[in-house]
Ligand binder design. Sequence first.
Ligand SMILES: [Zn+2]
Length: 324
Amino acid sequence: MAHFKFAVSAAFAVSLAACATDNGYQTEHFEAEPAIALLQALSADDMKGRKVGTPENARARAMIVERFEALGIAPGSDGYELPFTYGTFADPKTGADAQPESSGVNVLGRIEGTADRDIAMIITAHYDHVGEIDGEIYNGADDNASGVIGLLAAAEYFAANPPQHDVLLLAFDAEEDRLGGSIAFVADPPAPLDNVALNLNFDMLSRGDNGKLWASGTAHWPEMKPIVASVAAEAPVQIEMGFDEGESRDDWTLLSDHAAFFRAGIPHLYLGVEDHPDYHKPTDDFDKVDQDWFLRSVDSVVMVAIEMDDRLGDIYTMRQTASD
Ligand SMILES: [Zn+2]
């Protein structure tokens, strides 16, 4: 039986016996066991694939809010939940025409920085997945319950070790439906994004099938390369830079929530693994996750967040120079 140091409410209680972290890796920046338990809970069959607009999607959102509250993360000025509408624009992935308007709910938390300088980093991960298709549940353990755990691990670290600069923590809805949550957020943010230096986006952190975690975005923002390289030299997984130029699926620049920030001229860094055999399949399950590698991966993305906070002034200068 595992021991848990945070309260899991009765409604979201998961089978504790089944999720002991059976590996030797000791995490440095977050607690492993609650992270594994939440990965399992978010990708369980009873979450029915967390499709935007469903009760199970709302349950996933409630789990994130509950974790923010437990960590003492402050909400945005209108609370943790940011409802939005989307769909009146062409599909940014396929170019298909606008479809009937839909609605979703993003989740926002906020950690104040210790420095006087008023610049911010926005850390993002989408919590929705594609739901049930033809009677099969698409659990989306890697895509993107794993990124949500990365987001919450960064929240846990910065709650205990305040960042220098403001950190916004955003769990996006409707990524799987035309990148709806991120596009709506950037189009109509609760506060202007002029002071945002960086979007750090986590999408698919758990499948180290080839042992690599990719950092995508430095082709657009080459000044970030030495910063990423310095983390890669210390990280417990192999971090490589790429997938940000070239043909179709070799360029991930427009394929996840960082795209909205990129289009707005805001620097981004996307961390994720390559497509794997279970990508967007009903078999993207919790039991396919190599827990040891996943915990190393999450520690690594928190290390990237720490380094980015440390260098955020330089990154903001890069944004300003690019827009001149
Ligand atoms: Zn995804």
